[in-house]
Design a protein around this ligand. Structure first.
Ligand code: NAD
Length: 502
């Protein structure tokens, strides 16, 4: 592992002139096709790689949220809601083209605010976001109901799929642009309008995305953005009477809270929550490839990924070999500012988040587990919220470091010997988002995939993601799926029409 010296270059030198100007401007909310002042309070945003201030964004207040929801409601009652499907398709394609054309600029915002290596944002996040819009742009002309063969004479019965209305889309800080796309593309394809509330740590790409929606020709009010904290702006949004659907990606704790709110106000809700994902390597696998994937998925974006393969389970006979190989990959990482193209691993998202991850590491001492490598703040990285890639070997299943989602560059490595015991342990956690299996035995791969409680199982690969393939967890990892037809379905109602032919 190498550490880049603390970024001495100014943001001006690390960013394009256009991106720097947008990033350092003070921002309000984006409503009805315009950015507006959004209340009296602001939130200072920080560069997590240096701890320095970037700019301020509005803490959108109740009045601003109401204005955004009413704007979305008008667009739903008006031009967007009555637009023919083929025209919706055209506009979504145009939106995708504009995101692609501006992807280098958009990538800089997530690299800056999120601390993500800009090359990763360009090669992973942006293509995924564009793909969401292209995939769902194909749907509006293909959404169909059914003719229902009821056992009632002289009746013609059919169903129609209809949009829900105003969608509140609430996103986390780890994939700001991508998560916005994952919500906006299907919600818009189904004919809804949206008020998007990004994380207060990462507002820039969402605000710019809303500008691009307007530029693409989406009617004013179809896509609105309210910046601000969850406690204030988010709470006002989800409790607004005109919001019909809450689409949330974030932590389990907030997901539970919003689930209760949706129950109170009888709104639709879908929840994409956390994970602590078993990543399993058998002795008969391609061990070198499996270990490379294990390290990549554990440390990609400093482990701040819901489907990070953060719980490595290794057949005992190859344990030492795998630990050594993972460590070699960790050593090759270059820690530095996200906007520095040499960096392959950035900081954690905030000081308080790094403190939380370090508190988990403190629980290792005296637990019987050992820190195989890492565990400290890298020397020479400056004031940013960096942490070394870390591996903890041999923790018990009940230890907090295994049982809870840490969301940092901390990989736990545990041996196993028996497949039944492995299944029980892998399924013993509270989450069920993803799992990975490495084996060259195809029967074992299928059998184990079916026995694991996980929304997605990857075999001899990890972290593949495509707009066509449903993604979402079971158990405490959430309710509902993103992507594919399932991702569209959750933004639609079904209406049944009975007609007498007597
Ligand atoms: P978080 O739950 O703290 O915040 C998520 C969003 O909810 C933010 O925009 C926040 O401002 C908002 N929010 C917070 N309190 C709210 C309230 N009372 N009312 C309305 N909105 C509120 O999560 P985070 O720290 O931003 O993100 C990390 C979490 O997201 C991790 O648990 C990660 O696993 C999860 N995640 C899941 C997926 C997935 O697809 N399953 C993808 C990415 C991230």
């Amino acid at each position: 592992m190498t550490t880049q010296p603390e970024a001495t270059m100014s943001l001006q030198n690390l960013m394009s002139t256009k991106a720097h100007a947008f990033a350092t401007a003070e921002h309000g909310a984006y409503i009805d096709g315009l950015e507006i002042d959004a209340g009296n309070s602001v939130i200072e945003t920080l560069d997590p790689a240096t701890g320095r201030s970037i700019t301020t964004v509005a803490e959108s207040d109740a009045g601003t949220v109401d204005r955004a929801v009413r704007s979305a409601s008008r667009a739903f009652q008006g031009e967007w809601g009555s637009m023919v499907p083929s025209r919706r398709e055209d506009l979504l394609h145009r939106f995708a083209d504009l995101i692609e054309a501006n992807s280098q600029e958009l990538a800089q915002y997530d690299a800056l605010e999120g601390g993500k290596p800009v090359s990763h944002v360009e090669s992973v996040d942006l293509p995924l976001a564009v793909e969401q819009f292209r995939y769902y742009a194909g749907w509006p002309t293909k959404i169909v109901g059914a003719t229902v063969p009821v056992s009632t004479p002289d009746s013609h019965v059919y169903t129609r799929k209809t949009p829900m209305g105003v969608v509140a889309a609430i996103t986390p800080w780890n994939f700001p642009l991508c998560q916005a796309a994952i919500k906006l593309a299907p919600a818009l394809a189904a004919g809804n309008t949206v008020v998007l509330k990004p994380s207060e740590l990462t507002s820039l790409s969402s605000l710019r995305l809303a500008q691009l929606a307007t530029e693409a020709g989406l009617p004013d009010g179809t896509v609105n953005v309210v910046t601000g904290t969850g406690a204030m702006t988010g709470a006002e949004l989800v409790s607004h009477d005109l919001v019909r659907k809450i689409s949330f990606t974030g932590s389990e704790a907030v997901g539970r809270h919003l689930g209760a709110e949706a129950g109170r106000s009888l709104k639709h809700i879908s929840l994409e929550l956390g994970g602590k994902n078993p990543h399993i390597i058998f002795a008969d696998a391609d061990i070198a490839k499996a270990a490379a994937y294990a390290a990549t998925t554990a440390y990609f974006y400093s482990g701040q990924v819901c489907f990070s393969g953060s719980r490595l389970m290794v057949e005992r006979s190859i344990l030492d070999e795998v630990i050594a190989a993972v460590q070699e990959h960790a050593k090759a990482l270059v820690i530095g500012h996200g906007l520095d193209r040499a960096s392959t691993m950035g900081p954690l998202s905030s000081e308080s988040h790094r403190n939380k991850v370090e508190r988990y590491l403190e629980t290792v001492s005296g637990s019987g587990a050992t820190v195989a490598f890492g565990g400290s703040r890298p020397v020479g990285a400056g004031e940013g919220y960096f942490l070394e890639p870390t591996a903890v070997v041999g923790p018990a299943d009940a230890d907090p470091i295994v049982a809870e989602e840490i969301f940092g560059p901390v990989l736990t490595i545990q041996p196993f010997t028996d497949v039944d015991e492995l299944v029980a342990r892998a399924n013993g956690g509270k989450y069920g988002l993803t799992a990975g299996i490495w084996t060259n035995d195809v029967r074992k791969a299928h059998n184990l995939s079916h026995r694991l409680q996980a929304g997605t199982v990857w075999v001899n690969t990890y972290a593949d993601y495509n707009a066509a393939a449903p993604f979402g967890g079971v158990k405490n990892s959430g309710l509902g799926k993103d992507c594919g037809p399932d991702g569209l379905e959750k933004f639609m109602e079904s209406q049944t029409v009975w007609m007498s032919l007597a």
